[in-house]
Design a protein around this ligand. Sequence first.
Ligand SMILES: Nc1ncnc2c1ncn2[C@@H]1O[C@H](COP(=O)(O)OP(=O)(O)OP(=O)(O)O)[C@@H](O)[C@H]1O
Length: 299
Amino acid sequence: MNFFKQLFRRKPRIEKIEIRRRFDLIGRVGQGSMSKVWRATDTLGGRMVALKVLDKAKTLRLEQRFVGLERPTEGEIAINLHHPNIVRTLEHGITSEDEQFLVMEFVEGVGLSYLVDLQNERMQKNRLWYIIQIGEALEYLHQQNWIHRDLCPRNIIVSNEDRIKLIDFGLVVPNTPPFRAPGNRTGTANYMAPELIKRLKTDQRIDIFSYAVTCFEMYTRELPWPAADSFESVLQHINQPPKDIRKLVEGIDEQVAAAIMKGLALHPDDRWPTTRRMVNDFREAAERLGQLPRTQETA
Ligand SMILES: Nc1ncnc2c1ncn2[C@@H]1O[C@H](COP(=O)(O)OP(=O)(O)OP(=O)(O)O)[C@@H](O)[C@H]1O
């Protein structure tokens, strides 16, 4: 009987995909540190897609950090996310080379980092609207009981229609006690909450901090603390208060400024308790300032 139990408990055999047979690879896009991403045509159906193939060695190294915790793969997480501000994942699986892959809708647009750098008219006009959409995506992720752990402009695309799309779920973890335990410092140093840098207990409020850093950059093109390229250098300044956004952006709306600064609070208890509360303030301000697109004014 044990034999049969074992037999049926085995994971179903996954059919491996030969990437170059199934997809016409048109060209590499962007530059991921964990993966290669192609613009490709899916020969099944002819659809234009983004094909992300994860680097085997780097994925293994990441998975080793979560040994015994049963963290779902990036593909398993992404395929279940359904939100207008989150890139749609159409399929995931394993290549014939044993790499994990994801097939996504191809988002025609630019990286948010590019607009942060440019600070052009498009950015200035839509900034608050972009910020609201990022917040909606994050709120959805939190409602689904995930912690993103790597929210930053690098992981956000702005479509040609000014729609925000979160694109990378490589570091997402379940919002459960084992994953909130102190220790693991995966993420991007400049966007990491102090409790994460200090290896204390974490929760979804680490994402609220990263969201606030992102908002701060979208307004100022600067980070709230001096830029650092290692955890150690972040540790050196993280106990100092952040720069005041009001001093960098002349005439910034007070409700917007206060919402961002509260998200940057060093202690999680002083931050917004939920993304929803933070976004509500941005939405209120946007309505008052007439900065919502027409279709959103009554939403
Ligand atoms: N669905 C998509 N549509 C269009 N371009 C995409 C899409 N997904 C990813 N890209 C492009 O590929 C780049 C790398 O993607 P992604 O951030 O998911 O990879 P990564 O290896 O996890 O990167 P990193 O770990 O450095 O953040 C993105 O910056 C973006 O330019």
